[in-house]
Design a protein around this ligand. Structure first.
Ligand code: SAH
Length: 358
């Protein structure tokens, strides 16, 4: 197996370089080409002698995703479909905002969490992504942009549950955020989770990153109905863990709340959310359920969305109604399937959603 350079930390790269009998400064050079030069081959590393490039090519590989397809939405949101080396598919979404871009990346092919409203859940988990496959989504998207410096924000809100792939995600975060990596600001990188409590506690101790939590309900029963993970890690235990989560100065936890008509969008739900999060540094993003073909749930009415927001604001929360971008190309929240006609990945190795509850 050739070494996977993009998945290594700075110290591991140095150790690897030394093991090849090379001076340690080559590690820095390699990382600069990979994470700042965004190269996809050793050939592009022009300040490394040709002979050495050939030697490196023998020993290491520069993993890179194969772009199968891109689609551009009316609102200029771009969805990338990538084929992994073993034939699975993942999706990555580039979202234009005012003055900058956000990239929404995947942490797993498929997902084992089984959320009732989410299309990714339908396929179950195919497999975890490696750290380099996670970082490579950002590299690939950045390479495709005419003004790459305008890509400033990263959200782990694509396919998969990032905390279910903890080690690779933390490794990827390090290469995305550190100075010796892609040097994104940790203020502009957000990890979104359905609430895996043990990993959440670990994350708080180990990594500096913005946190978003998919709340989606205000009491146990509805949350368990919408998100089976709640049967393992209850809302109560989740909120307790979040109250302990170390927040750096002035940071807030973002709560995502997908409004589902008649299920979690009533006044009493909003009052309960306010009570549940009372005293927390919390910002609440309200998202109207995005439709997809085989969904047995309905979106909320516009009146309900506004009323829900009003109640949260009355309780002094920052509550924003988030318009999902890229709906017309199925690039919006919960619409990523990694599938397209004639290009459906095989169902081998698929973990059934219910498995996480065992
Ligand atoms: N597993 C992580 C990240 C992926 S989901 C998590 O659960 O946070 C990203 C966001 O999309 C979540 O907040 C989820 O609640 C939301 N989402 C999923 N399906 C949706 C749908 N059909 N409509 C609107 N939002 C949806």
């Amino acid at each position: 197996m050739k070494a996977d350079l993009k998945g290594m930390s700075p110290a591991e790269t140095e150790a690897w370089v030394e093991a090849q009998g090379l001076p340690v400064y080559r590690a820095k050079q390699l990382r600069q080409w990979l994470f700042k030069g965004l190269v996809i081959s050793f050939k592009e590393m022009t300040n490394i002698p040709k002979g050495l490039r050939a030697q490196l090519e023998e020993q290491a590989r520069i993993n890179h995703l194969v772009q199968e397809k891109t689609e551009v939405s009316r609102d200029r949101t771009t969805k990338f479909l990538f084929k992994l080396e073993d034939g699975h598919f993942i999706e990555t979404v580039l979202i234009p905002e005012r003055g900058h871009f956000t990239v929404c990346i995947s942490s797993q092919a498929g997902c084992a969490m089984g959320c009732r409203f989410c299309l990714t859940a339908r396929q179950g988990l195919k497999r975890n992504l490696s750290a380099s496959e996670i970082v490579d989504q950002v590299i690939h998207v950045k390479r495709s942009m005419s003004e790459p410096d305008r890509l400033t924000n990263i959200v782990f809100m694509g396919m998969g549950e990032p905390l279910a792939n903890y080690d690779a995600v933390v490794r990827a975060l390090d290469n995305l955020i550190s100075e010796e990596g892609m040097n994104f600001s940790h203020h502009t990188v957000t990890l979104s989770t359905c609430g895996l409590v043990p990993q959440l506690k670990r994350l708080g101790k180990e990594v500096r990153v913005n946190l978003a939590v998919s709340l989606n309900a205000s009491e146990e029963e509805t949350r368990s109905f919408l998100m089976p993970v709640n049967r393992k890690y209850s809302l109560k235990s989740l909120v307790e863990a979040l109250r302990e989560f170390p927040l750096l100065n002035r940071r807030m936890i973002t709560f995502e709340y997908v409004l589902v008509g008649g299920i979690n969008d009533r006044d009493e739900d909003a009052y309960r959310v306010a009570a549940l999060l009372k005293g927390m540094r919390a910002k609440i993003n309200l998202i109207a359920l995005n439709p997809h073909p085989d969904l047995d749930l309905a979106p909320p009415t516009p009146e309900r969305i506004l009323r829900f927001q009003e109640i949260l604001i009355e309780h002094h929360f920052t509550a924003m109604i988030r318009k999902s971008k890229g709906q017309d190309i199925s690039a919006a929240c919960g619409q990523l399937s990694g599938k397209q006609a004639g290009c459906v990945s095989e169902d081998t190795g698929c973990e059934e959603p219910s498995r996480i509850l065992d």
